[in-house]
Structure formats: structure tokens, C-alpha cells
Design a protein around this ligand. Structure first.
Ligand code: NAP
Length: 185
């Protein structure tokens, strides 16, 4: 069994999720409020170590947080380790961080990670990034809902949400503020 998985990402019109210099505001207030509602609706919000290092998010309103850090690059100074809500780190190596529940796994395949999280009582997850993590969920079809908010602006030289593969998807389009919300089926 795996948790119910929602993927949510915000990108520019040309498919970039961050600038070459790192973090950049892409969501407008409408999209931010929608994202907060999604966070409140699930047991946990999941992000990769790359997002922690670039954005240093707190993941406000998350009931619990899951950080993927296979080779353990992070440290106690990041906001996700503030002890505010239960925070899990999924890794393949020994980790010494305060305020975290360490899940050390030999098999870091995303399907195995999801099975293990389900056994820990996490029945629903919001995947918020970044590109590496989202690509794994998408490629392995490990999602139940997938939302892409598209800001009408362009980000030149930024990081693409997907890299190196092609896929054809069906989607619904909704207008949201000045942007567009795609719901991938
Ligand atoms: N616009 C948006 O909606 C949005 C949202 C979030 C983030 N972002 C942007 O995305 C960028 C970061 O993306 P990114 O692709 O560089 O990094 P990322 O996807 O956030 O994190 C990648 C890291 O997660 C770890 N990881 C991935 N899969 C794993 C697995 N199966 N098991 C254990 N660990 C795993 C890896 O660590 P190891 O290499 O050690 O295995 C990898 O280095 C930032 O610039 C951020 O601003 C944008």
C-alpha cells in the first residue's frame, strides 16, 4: 500500500521552476492559498534536499514534513528542522540531526519509500518539489493528482521541471488569477 499522492508545482510559461540564481516567487496569492489548502488536506508535505538547500522553506501549515536526503547533505540550520511539527528524513546513510525522525533505507526507490511511509501511518502526501523528486514520482506514475500552476511570466536560464524525457498527458485547464492551473490526469 502507498499513501495518496498529490504533486503540486509552480512554473513559468516556459517551464522553469526556479531561476538560475535559485529561489524565485512564481505563485501569486491565488495559487499560494490553493497550495496552503492542499498542505492542510494531507498528512505530510514531501520535498527533496535540493529544495531545502535553495529555498530553505518552513512548509507552513504542513501537519508533518518529509525530507528526502539520500546522501545526507543537510544540517540542523534549515527551517524544516525547527521542531515545529513531526519531520522525517529519508536517507541511505547515518544521520545525526536534532528534531527529526530518521528513516534509513537500503532501497531508496520511490515505491519503497512510499510503502515505508504508509507503514509509518502517513496515508496522504503533497509532493512540492523539486525537479528531481517530481520527475521520479511522475516517471513512475506514483501520483493520484498532479497540479501545475503556470505563471504568465518567463524565467530565462532557470531550472526546468522536467529534463531529459518526453511524455504526453491529458489535462484540464483552469484560469487562476493571472495564471493558469493545469490538472494532469
Ligand atoms: N516552483 C516550484 O513549485 C518549486 C517547488 C520546489 C522546489 N523548486 C525548486 O527546485 C529546485 C530544487 O530541485 P532539485 O531537483 O535540485 O532538488 P530536489 O528535487 O528538491 O532534491 C533532490 C535531492 O533529493 C534527494 N532525493 C531525491 N530522490 C531521492 C530518493 N528517492 N531517496 C532519497 N533521497 C532522494 C537527493 O539526494 P541524494 O542526491 O543525496 O540522493 C537529491 O539530491 C530549487 O531551485 C527550488 O527552488 C521549485
Amino acid at each position: 500500500m502507498r499513501p495518496y499522492v498529490i504533486i503540486n508545482v509552480a512554473m513559468s510559461l516556459n517551464g522553469r521552476i526556479s531561476s538560475i540564481n535559485g529561489s524565485i516567487k512564481i505563485s501569486d496569492d491565488y495559487d499560494w492559498n490553493r497550495t496552503i489548502d492542499l498542505r492542510k488536506s494531507v498528512d505530510a508535505v514531501l520535498i527533496g534536499a535540493g529544495t531545502v538547500m535553495v529555498d530553505n522553506p518552513e512548509l507552513k501549515h504542513a501537519r508533518s514534513r518529509i525530507i528526502l536526503d539520500g546522501n545526507y547533505k543537510l544540517n540542523d540550520n534549515y527551517k524544516v528542522f525547527d521542531g515545529g511539527v513531526p519531520t522525517y528524513i529519508i536517507t541511505g546513510v547515518d544521520v545525526s540531526l536534532k528534531n527529526v525522525i530518521v528513516i534509513k533505507l537500503n532501497d531508496l526507490d520511490m515505491k519503497n519509500i512510499l510503502n515505508v511511509l504508509y507503514e509509518h501511518g502517513i496515508k496522504s502526501i503533497l509532493v512540492e518539489g523539486g525537479a528531481n523528486v517530481i520527475s521520479q514520482f511522475f516517471l513512475n506514475k506514483l501520483y493520484d493528482e498532479f497540479y501545475i500552476y503556470i505563471n504568465p511570466g518567463m524565467i530565462l536560464s532557470g531550472m526546468p521541471v522536467f529534463n531529459g524525457f518526453e511524455a504526453s498527458v491529458n489535462y484540464n485547464i483552469l484560469k487562476l488569477g493571472d495564471g493558469i492551473l493545469l490538472k494532469i490526469k
